[in-house]
Design a protein around this ligand. Structure first.
Ligand code: NDP
Ligand code: 8X3
Length: 252
C-alpha cells in the first residue's frame, strides 16, 4: 500500500514541488490551499502524470472550523497519514515595527502559527493512533536570526522553531518524528506576496544570486523522509551557496 503525505500550501512554491516530489517517491497526496483551480490542476497532474492518488482540500488554514471540518471529513482510507508537511505560510510587508500594519501582522500570525497549530492538532491524534508518522515544519532562516524589518515574520518563524522542538518532545513516546526545515532564499511566490504584487521589488530580492528553487527544498524533505526509521533529522537549514544567513548574501 502507498504511503500518504499531506502537504499544506501545495498550490505554489515549496508545497507544490514537495507534493510532486513525494508523488515521484510513491506517495499518495492530500494537498491543501485556498486556490481551488490550482488544487484541481495539481490533483490531475499527480494522478495522470505521476500515477499517484490525490485528494484536494480547499480551505483557509486560518479558519479553525474549516480546518477541523476538512480533516474530519477525509474518507477513512485517507486518514492513515504518514507524513504531514506544515508548509502553508507567508510574509506580508517589510516595515520597521512602528510602521507595521495590523492586518499584515494578523495575516502572518494567523497563518504561520495558528494555521500550523490547527492542522497539527487535527492530524497528530491520527498519527498517535498508529504510533507512527513524521511531521515536517517549514520554518526559515528567519526563525534562527532576526533582521531589520523582519520583526513579526521572524517572530512567527521563531514560534515554528519552538513548536518543532516542543512537538519533538511531545511526540517522542509515540515514535513520531518531527523535523524543522529552515530554508534561506527560495524563489517562489513568497516575495510577490510579501511585497503585495510589486513584482519588480520581488525580483530584486534574488538579484545577483542563484536562489534555491522549490524543488531544492523538496529534495531536502525527500531526503529527511527517506531515512531509516531509527534516524530523525531534528533541524536542517538549507540556503543558496551564496547565502550565509537571512541578510548576508554574496551578490554578483
Ligand atoms: P508561496 O507563496 O509560493 O506558497 C505559499 C503557499 O501557502 C501557497 O500554496 C498558499 O496557498 C499557502 N497559503 C498561504 N496562506 C494560506 C492560507 N491562509 N490558507 C491556506 N493556505 C495558505 O511561498 P513559499 O513556497 O516560498 O512558502 C512556503 C513556506 O516556506 C512558507 O511557510 C514560508 O514562510 C516558507 N519559507 C519560504 C522561503 C522563501 O524564500 N520562499 C524561505 C524560508 C521559508 P493559497 O494561496 O492557494 O492558499
Ligand atoms: C523567508 C526567508 O530571509 O526572507 O523565510 O526571511 S527570509
Amino acid at each position: 500500500m502507498k504511503k500518504i503525505a499531506l502537504v499544506t500550501g501545495a498550490t505554489s512554491g515549496i508545497g507544490k514541488s514537495t507534493a510532486i516530489t513525494l508523488a515521484c517517491c510513491g506517495f499518495n497526496l492530500i494537498i491543501t490551499g485556498r486556490r481551488k483551480e490550482r488544487l484541481d490542476e495539481l490533483k490531475s497532474q499527480l494522478e495522470i502524470k505521476y500515477k499517484s492518488e490525490a485528494l484536494a482540500l480547499c480551505f483557509d488554514i486560518r479558519n479553525r472550523n474549516e480546518v477541523c471540518k476538512a480533516i474530519e471529513n477525509i474518507p477513512q482510507h485517507w486518514k492513515n497519514i504518514d507524513v504531514l508537511v506544515n508548509n502553508a505560510g507567508l510574509a506580508v510587508g517589510l516595515n520597521h515595527i512602528q510602521d507595521g500594519l495590523f492586518d499584515d501582522w494578523e495575516r502572518m500570525i494567523d497563518t504561520n502559527i495558528s494555521g500550523l497549530l490547527y492542522i497539527t492538532r487535527c492530524i497528530a491524534p491520527l498519527m498517535i493512533e498508529r504510533q507512527q508518522g513524521h511531521i515536517i515544519n517549514i520554518c526559515s532562516v528567519a526563525g534562527k536570526d532576526v533582521y531589520e524589518n523582519g520583526n513579526v515574520y521572524c517572530a512567527t518563524k521563531y514560534a515554528v522553531d519552538a513548536l518543532s522542538r516542543a512537538m519533538r518532545i511531545d511526540m517522542l513516546k509515540y515514535g513520531i518524528k518531527v523535523t524543522n526545515v529552515c530554508p534561506g532564499a527560495v524563489e517562489t511566490e513568497f516575495s510577490i506576496v510579501r511585497f503585495k504584487n510589486d513584482t519588480d521589488r520581488a525580483k530584486a530580492t534574488y538579484a545577483g544570486m542563484t536562489p534555491l528553487t522549490g524543488d531544492d527544498v523538496a529534495n531536502v524533505i525527500k531526503f529527511v523522509i527517506n531515512l531509516p526509521p531509527h534516524v530523525c533529522i531534528n533541524d536542517i537549514t538549507v540556503t543558496p551557496t551564496s547565502q550565509a544567513s537571512a541578510l548576508i548574501i554574496n551578490r554578483n
